[in-house]
Design a protein around this ligand. Structure first.
Ligand code: ATP
Ligand code: MG
Length: 399
């Protein structure tokens, strides 16, 4: 068993010794069976939150109303969630009530897919009520129970299906797929933030084209923000060889680049998806770099504005689209910039004011901008005396 499990073992043993059940559940069990890396372990227990709290010295109420308590043990935090059922799904969204139960099988029944419904004891024994092992062997995403009912309960599960298909490079089992196609419009009921999170994970999976193809085939794409009008461009993405994305900025930059290159439209797309301001900023930089790379006009000023990280992201995308440069080339070009940020200029506003070359005001900003671009373009050396001379000349010209 991976170290994350063995480290957590005493926690589960403590719960079991007190007469309750405790299991590892969710993605970590699935990924271990698949032989993949795991990032966090989830624990489920028949003990109620108050009972968990009474068993451990140090706990944090991280989500006690949903039944989750964090146990601090040997410098790590373990989330233990009480077995629960969910009832009263209205609005095709999260359930109105969660009910704590003592039965493991009730808890596993509410889970989305057979491969996500394993439970594993601290000794490694696996409970597999829904033949998840068979589906792992067949590489299938299959809903637990009746897929139509399960997607009616929570429409986000349809996005999760395409997400896991991409993450694992699995197919979606035919009845589950048919149910997605039938119920795809229910996705409209789901908060954009939750769709966003599953979509990005899908695009970052090992088989993003599998996920995207299923979004197109099932019509899910019509019920997420903006995509409705871009069937053709989304379809284009399917013909990119070696599509592999490394981070969220790349995901949105690729999509924005395929859709349109007008800044206003890009920002509308990203805002509709409720992207963070940081993502919006980075995507615009990546698109700027991409457009310049495409037309062979990646100059020093563009590299300076875009910055190294966005430049590498742009080059990664350009590479997939057939107009990238070597990574070493990008690195060398960037490193040969005279400056990579304004504070590397050998002069600044303070110096110009102190030396009585310019007074505070808009003129000062203009002069600094011009000096900065002259340095970046290599028209003048980044040398204090030379830059002061240039500033003097410019201030004289404007008097
Ligand atoms: P990841 O490795 O990406 O974290 P995961 O399987 O752990 O994958 P989570 O979103 O962290 O996915 O959810 C943990 C578990 O909770 C799932 O494995 C599944 O059993 C259950 N689950 C999560 N969301 C839902 C949902 N919308 N409907 C039913 N069960 C769900
Ligand atoms: Mg998880």
């Amino acid at each position: 068993l991976p170290k994350d499990f063995t480290q957590a073992r005493p926690v589960l043993q403590r719960v079991e010794q007190a007469g309750f059940q405790a299991y590892f559940v969710g993605g970590s069990v699935r990924d271990t069976i698949l032989g993949d890396h795991i990032h966090d372990v989830d624990i489920a227990s028949s003990a109620y939150p108050q009972e968990i709290k009474s068993l451990f010295h140090r706990t944090v109420d991280t989500g006690i109303e949903h039944g989750t308590v964090m146990v601090l043990y040997h410098g790590r935090g373990y989330e233990i969630t009480t077995f629960r059922t969910e009832s009263g799904y209205q609005d095709y969204r999260r359930p109105d009530h969660v009910t704590f139960v003592r039965s493991l099988s009730e808890d596993l029944k509410r889970r989305d897919f057979t491969i996500n419904a394993f439970a594993m004891r601290e000794n490694g024994d696996v409970t597999d009520l829904f033949h998840g092992m068979d589906d792992i062997k067949k590489r299938l995403i299959r809903a637990v129970g009746d897929p139509n009912q399960r997607f009616n309960e929570d429409a986000l599960r349809m996005m999760r299906a395409v997400r896991f298909a991409s993450k694992l490079n699995f197919r979606i089992e035919p009845k589950t797929l048919a149910a997605i196609k039938k119920h795809s419009p229910l996705l409209k009921k789901i908060a954009v933030e939750r769709i966003h999170s599953e979509f990005v994970k899908m695009m970052l999976g090992q088989a993003p084209k599998v996920g995207l193809l299923q979004m197109l085939k099932t019509n899910l794409y019509q019920f997420v923000p903006v995509f409705n009008r871009y069937f053709h461009d989304l379809n284009q993405i399917l013909s990119i060889p070696n599509l592999k994305l490394d981070n969220e900025d790349q995901v949105w930059a690729l999509i924005a680049y395929m859709f349109d290159d007008r800044k206003k439209q890009i920002n509308q797309l990203l805002k509709a998806w409720k992207s963070s301001n940081e993502v919006i900023r980075n995507v615009n930089l990546i698109i700027l770099a991409l457009n310049r790379m495409k037309s062979n006009q990646l100059d020093a000023m563009t590299m300076f504005k875009v910055g190294y990280d966005a430049l590498c992201d742009a080059n990664h995308i350009a590479d997939m689209l057939g107009f990238g440069m070597s990574h070493q080339q990008i690195k060398d070009d960037y490193q040969s910039l005279p400056i990579t940020s304004r504070n590397q200029l050998k002069i600044n506003g303070k110096i110009l004011i102190k030396d009585h070359i310019l007074k505070p005001g808009p003129m000062l900003g203009k002069v600094l901008n011009t000096i900065e671009s002259n340095v970046i373009n290599g028209k003048v050396a980044n040398d204090k005396a030379k830059l002061i001379q240039l500033a003097q000349k410019m201030s004289g010209m404007n008097k």
